[in-house]
Design a protein around this ligand. Structure first.
Ligand code: KG4
Ligand code: ZN
Length: 350
């Protein structure tokens, strides 16, 4: 079955065509980074307007890329899948409205997908041919860690469509911490790749930042302390972001020290969760899963403790609609059906 996927939860508009839940025929993403860059973060109003402007064009582009005349869509597409939670409410509504409109016009079923669960599913997809059908038993049961700009969530996952939230951030998301550290260091936006690049020429041992682990058995996260620690280290005690950096600050060393601290926390929490759940596998997904140091540390953890760690391909780590179409297919297979009263939700509840 051919599934049209739509993603518009935050600042990326995505449209994808995916066959049988894993064969990606088209996966188009239009990033809004240039629109939000000068604000140092996503401006919700700008984001929803940009989704409205982009979405129809992206649907046409996806069909053209897949070599399917858009007039043939009603006979070729079997399902429309849309990310309807969690995210910026205005942005979500644009994607949901587009999905409902196409479903009505083409007389197709549609299904709402949890964006964070879809990140987990992205680990089972290949970005390029040869596409292989993933086997659920190769991935589950597992602990899933989704680390992105908006989420830091740990799940006990029994299958593609079955995820129990066992830990989440109490303040900033991991990617958000990278973005804020980058702003403080003058490294631009989005911060993750920039901090990671700067860290390559620094030493992680010269500046040590706190590793906030909360209570010994906690699977929750807190990254606001480290963000403040970076601010005070770079600009002076009790200073604000607007101040210029203190003399002698080595941006590469601070980036490396910051990245090491965040990665240590993520790895330790994942280790705790895997031990508690007693599972042999982990899935790590979301924008921050592209981080080189995180992947290295998780490889070491995996070797040391006999844990198999799955990741998405680098190009599927950040927001995309292929993962929405893919998980939409699995939900449909599992009997999930939504009607046109389906709403958008900014939060995922526990
Ligand atoms: O999954 P994603 O596209 O969006 C959300 O669902 O939030 O993740 C974007 C986040 C940004 O905060 C970005 O700074 C971070 O992922 N990111 C990285 C890296 N690449 C992207 N963080 C650390 N290291 C990276 N290499
Ligand atoms: Zn995301």
């Amino acid at each position: 079955m051919l599934v049209l996927g739509i993603e518009s939860t935050c600042d990326e508009t995505g449209v994808a065509l995916v066959e049988d839940g894993h064969r990606i025929l088209a996966n188009d993403v239009l990033s809004q980074v240039p629109l939000h860059e000068r604000f140092g973060g996503v401006v919700p109003e700008i984001a929803s307007r940009a989704h409205v402007e982009a979405i129809t064009r992206l649907v046409e582009k996806a069909f053209a890329g897949a070599g399917i005349p858009v007039e043939d869509a009603p006979s070729r597409v079997g399902l429309i899948a849309v990310a309807h939670r969690p995210g910026l409410i205005g942005s979500l509504l644009v994607g949901l409205t587009a999905a409902k409109s196409l479903a009505l016009a083409w007389r197709k079923p549609f299904v709402g997908v949890d964006h964070v669960h879809a990140h987990i599913y992205s680990a089972a997809m290949r970005a390029e041919p040869p596409f292989e059908p993933p086997r659920e038993e190769d991935y589950f049961p597992a602990v899933s860690l989704v680390v992105s700009g908006g989420h830091t969530s740990l799940y006990a996952s029994a299958g593609w469509t079955s995820h129990d939230l066992i830990g989440s951030t109490t303040d900033d998301a991991a990617g958000e911490a990278f973005d804020k550290a980058a702003l403080i260091l003058g490294l631009g936006y989005p911060g993750g790749p920039a901090v990671s690049r700067a860290a390559l020429s620094g030493s992680a041992d010269r500046v040590r930042f706190p590793r906030t682990l909360l209570e010994p058995d906690s699977l929750d996260f807190s990254f606001s302390g480290i963000k403040t620690a970076v601010l005070y280290h770079v600009k002076g005690q009790n200073s604000s972001r607007a101040r210029t950096p203190r003399e002698g600050i080595d941006v590469a060393d601070v980036a490396a020290g910051f990245e090491a601290a965040v990665v240590d926390v993520l790895v330790e929490k994942l280790r705790r969760a895997v031990a508690r759940e007693g599972v042999p596998r982990a899935i790590v997904a979301g924008g921050v899963a592209a981080n080189r140091r995180l992947r290295e540390r998780l490889r070491e953890l995996g070797e040391r403790e006999g844990i198999q760690v799955h990741y998405p391909a680098l190009s599927l780590c950040t927001d995309n609609a292929a993962m929405i179409a893919g998980l939409g297919h699995r939900l449909h297979e599992a009997g999930v059906r939504h009607d046109h009263s389906l709403d958008a939700y900014p939060m995922t509840t526990r």
